[in-house]
Design a protein around this ligand. Sequence first.
Ligand code: ATP
Ligand code: ZN
Length: 210
Amino acid sequence: MLKLAIQKSGRLHDDSMRLLKECGIDISNGVNKLKAEATNFPLELYFLRDDDIPQYVEDNVADIGFVGENVVFEKAKKNTIVEKLGFGKCRLSIAVARNEEYTGTAFLQGKKIATSYPVLVKSFLDKNGVEAEIHEISGSVEIAPGIGLADAICDLVSSGSTLFMNGLKEVETILQSQAVLIRNNELQPEKMKLLERLLFRIQSVKKARN
Ligand code: ATP
Ligand code: ZN
């Protein structure tokens, strides 16, 4: 049986379930909130926090997972990206107070940046030859400048309305992201065959949607 990890609740949950449904896979609604089984495909579902999915896939607790590229790249676990899934689209961007005059990455030199993505921010800063102080916070990053915790933030953006409501403006995009299918780097041949079958269905659904 192929073990698939998806987000338990949040922005990726409904689209993950919808994709399986459109693949013709029916999920039994068991009482267990952690696991569920498909009734017509050798698939077992694990409901997890999205941040934990790359680790569980690396550890073989799950064979495959649906998770945002932003999380895959930040965690940098031993996973292989197999397929883009076409939902959960967003970008990871740097934002500063709307009244700041931002002229380029040099603005960030010596500044404090609040983010939940320290690895991706560090690599962006290094690439641009900028040294800044990274403050890792786990949520509500967008309020950091307003309360004097940081000069800039780096967070996920889709419409930009959250930034706007917090008096911020987007100044750099460091990653374009969407949900992807990841797999463990060393899946057994039988699991690989199941993955091929699932992938064939996912690709058909994607084609039909376009
Ligand atoms: P969890 O409880 O699973 O840790 P979370 O609060 O970290 O959930 P969500 O806000 O549900 O996560 O976002 C999950 C994923 O949805 C993100 O990692 C990203 O890939 C994607 N996403 C798409 N659009 C947005 C957006 N506007 N803001 C945040 N995430 C987005
Ligand atoms: Zn999360």
